[in-house]
Design a protein around this ligand. Structure first.
Ligand SMILES: Nc1ncnc2c1ncn2[C@@H]1O[C@H](COP(=O)(O)OP(=O)(O)OP(=O)(O)O)[C@@H](O)[C@H]1O
Ligand SMILES: [Mg+2]
Length: 595
């Protein structure tokens, strides 16, 4: 019972509509009712066949009489052909319910799987950056494909089990009417076989978790290694990685085979138990329970009908348990993503900054043991170019991630004019901020669509203008299909510098007033670098953009209005180029060394 409710709660949690289970159960219920009454009709049919000349209801007794009375009440005369016709009609009615069920179940499964996938993908997109960063790609893809499919199968099998329990119960009730004693013996046999199978059920459950775990590990391994084939080749690790995958696929195969062994054992054990029970009944029905030949015949027909139902019921129950691991994975994944939902509080429409962006005692931590940003106090002024510099790993990218709220500070506050950043509407905030990250994430589409990604309704001429400003136009126009050329998965058809240029074009196309560039020129040649920095100056003077640029190449940024030096997560120095070179600090020292 506990398992049944646990499954039910899980299905509800991952989005199975409440009406589905009752509909399936009703379809089963009507199907069985028509079938069982149809079978029940066989009793008077047998008796009439036994005594063809006796069609007087009063001469019959028990269930036969009840059925004949019912037929007579609806105005149908009792004879063999009428009874046969009614029995057949009832079977036909049952077929209609079976057909409806057979169509409804896969449709429900399809909808259910689709809904989970849509929901999971949307939740993943809405989860915070930390969650997205820390979830391996292979795991998430596995969960959204294989595991969701398996969870869908579990839901369908669960409902089928419910229907089959109902089916079997209706037959058992009918049997009880015929002979309570025999039915009791049948039930005892069923209980006994369930006890024998309990151990197997437990093994199936634990193996189901092992299968889900192995699926996840394999997907994670594949996603990671397929992305790193160059590294593997350059390190001559092909054989080592092949051995690793052999271990992974071996574990997966073993678990799947074990599961099939447990399922086969159930299947093999259950049938002899039932066949034996039929034999015992055959032997004892007349001697001990005093059933007539007709009643014994009907009893056996019903039993023969129940046996496959119970056999399937046991097998399906095992399959549901076998899929529990996947159901659990999907439920946990959906819940985790919901917990990690990005904070989107704050409703003030953001129009841009007038006075300043101010960090007040802002701290940020990735892992509990070490703070990445420590009590940052700094002001960034509008319509200026601010450069953020500092050693590798000092916290520069983390610092700019806070502005479009990709990450939230643990302490302190960030003010956009007089508004705390978290009070601003996140959608309008992100519309006004254009951000070119350190490692551009390029999606596989055409140059045209990539540059216009997130920039609806942009004209071809404005797209081309941005591409010219970033230096991308030159190489795009040389492609046979120009802007309609595909960039390849993760920009795989492009050089490092070309990737960077199309991402810069994307950012320059945005109608944003704050532009953030994280190492925008790191992959560019000298000429492209100078040309891009010139573009930045133009953007500041001509269209008054507020620009924040992270730069390693500090020789080239002396023109900026303000330089912020971050070292070990702290602000080490702030000032103009002129001011900073007058004292000894990371900026002036690094400049000297690079001369
Ligand atoms: N997603 C993350 N999870 C945990 N730690 C992280 C994560 N991203 C960065 N870090 C750590 O935070 C610190 C600051 O990283 P950040 O990327 O901000 O440095 P950076 O100054 O931009 O460095 P670089 O100049 O190399 O780009 C580093 O020690 C880094 O290891
Ligand atoms: Mg960085």
């Amino acid at each position: 019972m506990e398992t049944i409710t646990k499954f039910y709660r899980s299905f509800k949690a991952i989005g199975l509509p409440s009406k589905t289970i009752p509909i399936v159960l009703l379809l089963y219920c009507f199907g069985t009712l028509f079938e069982s009454v149809g079978i029940g009709m066989l009793l008077p049919i047998f008796e009439i066949i036994n005594a063809p000349n006796d069609q007087n209801i009063a001469n019959y007794s028990g269930l036969s009489k009840t059925i004949m009375d019912a037929v007579a009440t609806i105005g149908i005369s009792i004879n063999l052909q009428n009874l046969l016709a009614i029995s057949f009609s009832l079977f036909l009615l049952r077929q209609i319910f079976i057909y409806t069920r057979l169509v409804y179940l896969p449709k429900t499964k399809g909808n259910f799987i689709k809904r989970i996938r849509d929901r999971a993908f949307s939740r993943y997109l809405k989860a915070d950056t930390t969650y997205q960063d820390s979830t391996p790609l292979g795991k998430i893809i596995n969960d959204l494909t294989t595991e969701v499919d398996r969870a869908g199968n579990a839901a369908i099998k669960y409902m089928v089990v419910g229907g089959q329990i109902l089916n079997a119960s209706i037959y058992i009730i009918i049997l009880t009417f015929m002979s309570a004693k025999i039915t009791l013996s049948v039930l005892l046999i069923i209980c006994f076989s369930t006890i024998i199978l309990r151990k197997l059920f437990k093994k199936v459950r634990s193996t189901s978790f092992l299968i889900s775990g192995a699926n996840r590990n394999l997907s994670t391994f594949l996603a990671e290694k397929i992305k790193s084939t160059r590294l593997i080749r350059l390190c001559s690790n092909e054989n080592l990685e092949t051995v690793k995958i052999e271990n992974q696929t071996g574990t997966q195969r073993d678990n799947i085979v074990n599961m099939q062994i447990f399922l086969a054992r159930t299947s093999v054990i259950i049938e002899p138990i039932f066949v034996l029970s039929v034999f015992v009944l055959l032997f004892t029905s007349k001697k001990f329970f005093g059933l007539s030949t007709g009643e014994t015949g009907l009893f056996i027909i019903i039993l023969l009908r129940i046996i496959p139902i119970i056999k399937e019921l046991v097998e399906n129950s095992q399959s549901v348990i076998a899929l529990y691991g996947s159901l659990n994975v999907v439920e946990t994944r959906l819940e985790e993503m919901n917990q990690a939902k990005e904070r989107r509080d704050g409703g003030k429409i953001f129009h841009g900054i007038r006075k300043s962006i101010e960090f007040k005692n802002v701290s940020f931590t990735y892992d509990k043991n070490r703070r990445t940003l420590k009590k940052i106090n700094v002001k960034i002024l509008p319509k200026q170019i601010t450069a953020v510099v500092g050693p590798t790993g000092s916290g520069k990218s983390t610092f700019v991630d806070l502005l479009p709220r990709l990450r939230e500070p643990d302490e302190g506050k960030i003010l956009f004019d007089d508004n705390i950043l978290s009070s601003l509407d996140i959608t309008t905030l992100r519309k006004k901020i254009a951000y070119a990250p350190q490692n551009p994430q390029i999606i596989n589409t055409t140059f045209l669509e990539y540059i216009a990604y997130g920039n609806k309704d942009k004209s071809m001429s404005s797209i081309e203008r941005s591409a010219r400003l970033s230096g991308a136009h030159e190489f795009i126009s040389k492609k046979p299909k120009g802007y309609k050329t595909f960039v390849g998965e993760d920009g795989g058809n492009l050089s490092g510098g070309q990737r960077q240029k199309i991402d810069l074009a994307r950012v320059l196309l945005r109608d944003a007033s704050i532009l953030i560039f994280d190492e925008p020129t790191s992959h560019l040649d000298l000429k492209s670098r100078e040309s891009f920095l010139k573009t930045l100056r133009k953007l500041k003077t001509k269209i008054s953009k507020t620009i924040i640029i992270i730069a390693h190449d500090i020789q080239k940024i002396s023109f900026v209005d303000k330089i912020i030096v971050i070292k070990n997560g702290k602000i080490a120095k702030i000032g103009s180029h002129k001011k900073l070179i007058q004292s000894k600090n990371w900026y002036s020292e690094t400049l000297k060394q690079n001369k």
